[in-house]
Design a protein around this ligand. Structure first.
Ligand SMILES: C[S@@+](CC[C@H](N)C(=O)[O-])C[C@H]1O[C@@H](n2cnc3c(N)ncnc32)[C@H](O)[C@@H]1O
Length: 254
């Protein structure tokens, strides 16, 4: 049987074990902001064949499957794939799960998806070019990639967490050095196990997208509504600063 390719990102996320599963499902910004805003941004997914790349605990896969998409989910974390598989089964959803490094989607045929979703994972992968190459390979011509990431201009660099300081209304992002460091070890917010964080500049992402044969159809800085900010304390900052960046990319049709 072919084994998953290991690199620093797959080793690091496997060392997290189950921790991400809980953090993901209890994290206010993921549950109340990043995920609902992305699902709205993607629009109607009914009938589409979608690859959830770096699916984690599988929340997006289940939501898209429940909306009528045909979903394949991939992650490098054995704990995440096991949990996502069990949860889909419990909810009676048909989702195909694969343990893979995103830079080597072996067994997944060329041109088989309308959409690849990469939610909050591109900044984690060691091999950005290889991940984008594989995403483009499995997309049909004209297919789309939806990406969410920590906004590279406001991820802070990195002496204190990701540069976020203060509380409530006065919380701010302090950007000390946009160009360095490029990677560092730290636990996730509210976590205990260290994982490798990676910072790439905005232009590195754009150049990598273009080099992979993708065009930029849209770029979006989701902003918390007044109501979201009033209801959830962690979202007040996203009324003022775009902590997350979304992209809609399109595979160039030959
Ligand atoms: C921050 S989590 C996001 C999970 C999910 N997409 C979400 O938004 O809830 C990053 C995910 O990417 C996965 N990941 C990191 N590097 C990877 C790689 N090289 N190949 C496949 N998955 C990877 C991790 O295991 C983890 O589940």
């Amino acid at each position: 049987m072919q084994e998953m390719k290991q690199d620093s990102s797959t080793l690091s996320w496997n060392a997290m074990g189950d921790e991400w599963l809980t953090l993901a499902q209890t994290g206010e910004s993921r549950m109340r902001f990043i995920m609902p805003h992305m699902l709205r941004y993607m629009g109607d997914v009914r009938g589409l064949h979608i690859l959830d790349l770096g699916c984690g605990e599988g929340g997006y896969s289940r939501a898209m499957s429940a909306m009528g998409a045909f979903v394949t989910a991939v992650d490098c974390s054995a704990a995440a794939i096991r949990y996502a598989q069990e949860q889909a089964q419990r909810e009676g959803l048909t989702i195909t799960h694969n343990l893979r490094n995103s830079n080597d989607l072996f067994g997944i045929p060329d041109a088989s998806f309308d959409v690849v979703l990469s939610s909050m994972m591109l900044m984690d992968v060691e091999d950005l070019a290889g991940t984008l190459r594989e995403a483009v390979r499995v997309l049909k011509p004209g297919g789309r990639v939806f990406v969410s990431m920590l906004h590279p201009c406001f991820d802070g660099n990195h002496e204190r967490g990701i540069g976020r300081q203060g509380q409530g209304e006065s919380r701010e992002v302090v950007v000390k050095n946009y160009f360095e460091p490029r990677e560092w070890d730290a636990p996730l917010p509210n976590g205990t196990t260290s994982v490798i964080w990676r910072h790439r500049t905005l232009s590195e992402y754009v150049k990598a997208f273009l080099a992979a044969g993708l065009t930029i159809a849209d770029m979006h800085e989701p902003r918390a509504t007044q109501e979201e900010a009033e209801n959830f304390r962690s979202l007040t900052m996203i009324r003022r600063i775009p902590l997350f960046l979304y992209w809609e990319l399109r595979k160039i049709s030959c």
